[in-house]
Design a protein around this ligand. Structure first.
Ligand SMILES: Nc1ncnc2c1ncn2[C@@H]1O[C@H](COP(=O)(O)OP(=O)(O)O)[C@@H](O)[C@H]1O
Ligand SMILES: [Mg+2]
Length: 311
């Protein structure tokens, strides 16, 4: 393996005596997109903040580009681009000015930043909004401006904390396309998300976090194959829940390797769905959805189906 661009070793952080990040180690190879997925409160943002030197870790070390945090924070930050979970755009400045002011933090000369601004705005699909203030932008536009701002210093590694949360499907697709462009240009990305389709589409490798601990790591397809049966039949509609419990349906359940309930849907995980589908066919009002298992199934298997509320 090529030597990592970035590495975190045995990172740990407690808040109020509670471990929020617990003995977490990972590395990012050049050109890689590493996804960190985990429920609300899993410790994703705290991990990113420790990587940036914004939160001091209780244990562990962060290295990047051959430098060590926090000793060489300036040298590291010069090569990092960051989009934080909450928008931190300056509301008093227009889009172009936001880029200019941010570039100055890196000690870049105004004329050099100004020369880059049209290109950055074009990348963000915001050329027509150069003179608009953030308050006049849609959610998707704000996220793209934040991404453009993170590129002002032409970083090698981008740390993106939930870059598409709160965006509508069109805006998410546009963001995905831009992130793919950056990967094609050779940039490396660490992104957190709770959208499993996003993780599967963009990330070459995933880290699954729960309660601050790494509970799985690997390529999306390999993780799915390792933890799950190849197919799932979702059953819903009147009477569906009885299939998961009633003694009369024991034979049906025996056709599945694993049966799970979430809300009003029963999930039958199977190596081969045909026998189960045949058995279900005469059970009239029930609706079925037969599909390959995906990252969402993996995530729910590893972290449980109960909802974690925000905050
Ligand atoms: N500054 C802080 N002080 C106290 N608790 C915090 C602080 N920051 C985060 N936490 C807590 O740490 C846990 C992990 O938070 P966070 O890293 O934001 O998770 P995620 O980004 O995965 O949703 C949560 O329970 C959160 O309430
Ligand atoms: Mg977060």
């Amino acid at each position: 393996m090529t030597s990592p661009l970035f590495s975190a070793e045995h990172l740990g952080k407690r808040f109020g005596g509670q471990p929020v990040v617990d003995d977490l180690s990972f590395a990012i190879a050049p050109g890689e997109c590493l996804g960190v997925i985990g429920p609300n409160g899993a410790g994703k943002t705290t991990t990113i903040r420790m990587c940036l030197g914004l939160t001091a870790p209780d244990t562990g070390r962060v290295h990047a580009f051959g430098h060590e945090m926090p000793r060489d924070a300036l040298a590291i930050k010069a090569r990092l681009g960051v989009v934080s979970q909450m928008d931190t755009l300056d509301p008093d400045f227009d889009c172009a000015e936001n880029l200019l002011v941010y570039g100055r933090y890196f000690g870049l000369r105004d004329q050099d930043i100004r020369a880059r601004i049209p290109h950055l705005l074009e990348f963000a699909a915001l050329s027509h909004k150069a003179r608009a203030k953030p308050g006049e932008l849609s959610g998707g536009m704000k996220r793209r401006l934040s991404l453009a701002r993170a590129l002002v210093n032409d970083p090698d590694l981008l740390l993106l904390d939930e870059p598409t949360t709160g965006l509508d499907p069109q805006a998410r697709h546009l963001m995905w396309e831009r992130l793919q462009m950056l990967l094609q240009q050779g940039k490396s990305i660490l992104l957190t998300t709770h959208f499993m389709d996003e993780a599967e589409r963009l990330c070459s490798r995933l880290l699954v976090l729960d309660h601050g601990r790494k509970i799985a790591e690997g390529r999306p397809r390999e993780l799915i194959a390792q933890h799950l049966e190849p197919e799932v039949v979702e059953v819903y509609g009147p009477g569906a829940l009885a299939l998961a419990e009633a003694p009369a349906h024991e034979g049906l359940r025996a056709l599945a390797a694993r049966v799970e309930v979430s809300g009003e849907t029963v999930f039958f995980y199977v190596p081969d769905a045909q026998p189960l589908l045949q058995a279900l066919a005469p059970m009239h009002p029930l609706r079925t959805l037969h599909r390959p298992t995906n990252l969402e199934d993996l995530f729910l298997k590893l972290t449980g189906r109960q909802i974690r509320e925000e905050g």
